[in-house]
Design a protein around this ligand. Structure first.
Ligand code: G3P
Length: 217
């Protein structure tokens, strides 16, 4: 469906993007919370839920399965819009398998850097598989190829797990992720702003306005 999520915990950015009428959801993580200047995950997440009608992801801090499950129980109780982000580790798989068996077990599997990790989180019942494209590109790898291979594997074997392209660095990543078959792209607000800007649009508007003035005498 080409859903656009904002990858931020900053309410002003979410409010602005939501006002454009194109925002389908929001993803956060501990770093984004820090950048938003808050450590109150519950309050911030519920403020985000008020601004956007789609999924809002909040991440666990624990690294052991029992701790992740305990945090997920709390996080998922906040709102039916909230998804819990669980890392793609062995402990994370154990947690995801349990959480996804709950009636409200909405899991966004995060920190995915290979099609193998994506396969395993899909088997563990995750609703979203978040592939970190930019971090792979930063390391000289081909992040988009992981999106493409994950898409192909999910399609061949009929996995009911959406491919989420994360760690997006620029507008070209958005286009590439869509062509690679990502269901969802989560992007920083700066990238969203760049997607709508074009000097040709600005120049076109300026010349139309100038010509209209001339036409009016
Ligand atoms: O949602 C998390 C992911 O998008 C992080 O991106 O920029 O920290 O690599 P980044």
């Amino acid at each position: 469906m080409a859903d656009i999520f904002l990858d931020t915990a900053k309410l002003e950015e979410i409010r602005e993007a939501a006002s454009w009428g194109i925002l389908d959801g929001v993803t956060t993580n501990p770093t984004l919370m820090m950048q938003a200047g808050t450590a109150d995950l519950k309050t911030n997440t519920l403020e985000i839920v008020k601004l956007v009608s789609g999924p809002v992801s909040a991440e666990v801090i624990s690294t052991d399965a029992a701790g992740m499950v305990e945090e997920a129980r709390e996080i998922l109780s906040w709102s039916e819009h909230v998804f819990v982000k669980i890392p793609a580790t062995a402990e994370g798989l154990q947690a995801m398998s349990e959480i996804s068996s709950w009636p409200n077990g909405r899991v966004n599997a995060t920190l995915i850097f290979s099609p193998n990790q994506a396969l395993l989180v899909a088997k563990a019942g995750a609703a979203f598989a978040s592939v970190f494209v930019g971090r792979m590109d930063d390391a000289g790898l081909d992040g988009m190829e992981v999106v493409r291979q994950t898409r192909a594997i999910f399609d061949i074997y009929g996995f009911d797990c959406q491919v989420l392209a994360a760690s997006i660095r620029h507008p070209a990543h958005v286009v590439e992720a869509l062509l690679a078959g990502a269901d969802i792209i989560t992007l920083p607000f700066g990238v969203l702003q760049k997607m709508i800007r074009s000097p040709f649009t600005d120049a076109g508007m300026a010349s139309f306005a100038a010509d209209w003035k001339k036409a009016m005498g």
